[in-house]
Design a protein around this ligand. Structure first.
Ligand SMILES: *Cc1c(COP(=O)(O)O)cnc(C)c1O
Length: 388
């Protein structure tokens, strides 16, 4: 059976080059980077080399980047760390309704501790209204957290404009760039961003490693207390192999970005055009242009997304509905519902997130098997009989 992977926003495979780079640090190079003797010196250098590579991807200085255990930890560290550091200045945080659970759950938790959180609405394209953002800022606002690219729809937020607004009001600005990093060019120096989260396994590195950009001068209360690692900002002996892998993955992402963007854009356009031609009653979700080059979120009317996924899985195709973090629950996607989609259309949505190894043949195979699957499922829907 064909095995086709269209779920790169959930996780990406580890590239061979990345794997090769990390192996020595799981075997012969096992020293603690904090040790001053021979065993530690090599690993310290490897960690700092990797830091420089990740910094190049974001265009920041090595002093402005710490390694974390994941994107989730980065989001927690940025939001809680900033909130605790500035709680004497104010207790108000602004975010959006369509953030990843790593941001939403952290904000919900802070509400229990007395912080106030405004969750901005999005329009049908999945974007926030900047005037509404401006109006939401009060003298008590200490943090704005808006994601760079949405994991479910690929919608790209106007990070530079939001950063400008935050700067004018002297409010700190965090962006969860987990889905953007490695896929599009990011330049923190140009964006007025104070905090930015990224994760290794979304850019062809391993799971369990991430990084957080902390602009020089931004004070955060540490979330993981321990030794003096990461300049006292995050305790715990460094995940050397993971860090080295992330450095390599960042280097490759930079090297291949232009080529990859072109490759993904061609595949995505073929998928969306082909699907629209072959399957009636579908809707591509999210802003038509402001989207990641790799993400297509499509609603199939009169179809249940989860069963569609099972049918695709039987044909060897891996895709997803909602996010990996919310699937398994039967709740419709909070992102699509926030964009005003009916529960039916939200339930009937499938996310195809493409990656490096995908080919035109794979897209064509999907386009070939999709119409009969959808037609068969619709033929069992009483609603569809009425609509035809
Ligand atoms: C995957 C993801 C995360 C979480 O990253 P982990 O490394 O899996 O913890 C956070 N935000 C977004 C937008 C994501 O897609």
């Amino acid at each position: 059976m064909n095995r086709i992977y269209f779920d790169h926003n959930a996780t990406t495979p580890v590239l061979d080059e990345v794997f090769e780079a990390m192996v020595p640090f799981l075997k012969e190079q096992w020293g603690n980077p904090s040790s001053i003797h021979w065993a530690g010196r090599g690993t310290r250098k490897a960690v700092e080399d990797a830091r420089e590579r990740v910094c190049s991807l974001l265009n920041c200085a090595p002093l402005e980047l710490i390694f974390t255990s994941s994107g989730t930890e980065g989001d927690n560290h940025a939001i809680k760390g900033l909130a605790y550091a500035q709680k004497n200045k104010g207790n108000h945080i602004i975010t959006t309704k369509v953030e990843h659970p790593a941001v939403l759950s952290t904000c919900k938790h802070l509400q229990k501790e007395g912080f106030e959180v405004t969750y901005l609405d999005v329009d049908k394209d999945g974007l926030i209204d900047l005037e509404e953002l401006k109006k939401a800022i009060t003298p008590k606002t200490i943090l704005i957290s808006v994601m760079y690219a949405n994991n479910e729809t690929g919608v790209l937020f106007p990070i530079k404009e939001i950063g400008q607004i935050a700067k004018e009001k002297s409010v700190a600005f965090h962006t969860d760039a987990v889905q953007a990093a490695g896929k599009i060019k990011i330049d923190v120096a140009d964006l007025n961003v104070d905090l930015m989260t990224i994760s290794g396994h979304k850019l062809y590195g391993p799971k369990g490693i991430g990084a957080l950009f902390i602009k020089r001068g931004t004070r955060l209360v540490p979330i993981i207390h321990g030794g003096h690692q990461e300049r006292n900002r995050r305790g715990g002996t460094e995940n050397v192999a993971g860090i080295v892998a992330m450095g390599k993955a960042a280097e490759i992402a930079m090297r291949d970005m232009e080529k990859e963007t072109e490759h993904l854009s061609v595949l995505k356009a073929r998928l969306e055009k082909g699907m629209a031609e072959r399957v009636p009653h579908i809707k591509v979700n999210g802003h038509p242009e402001r989207r990641l080059p790799n993400t297509s979120n499509i609603s199939f009317e009169f179809v249940e997304g989860e069963s569609l996924l099972l049918n695709l899985d039987m044909k060897g195709i891996a895709a997803s509905s909602g996010s990996a973090c919310t699937s398994g629950s039967l709740e419709p996607s909070h992102v699509l519902v926030s964009m005003g989609l009916s529960h039916e259309l939200s339930h009937g949505s499938v996310r195809f997130s493409l990656g490096k190894s995908n080919t035109v043949e794979e897209i064509d195979y999907l386009l070939e098997i999709m119409p009969p699957i959808v037609e068969r499922m619709r033929s069992m829907s009483p609603l569809y009989a009425g609509a035809k």
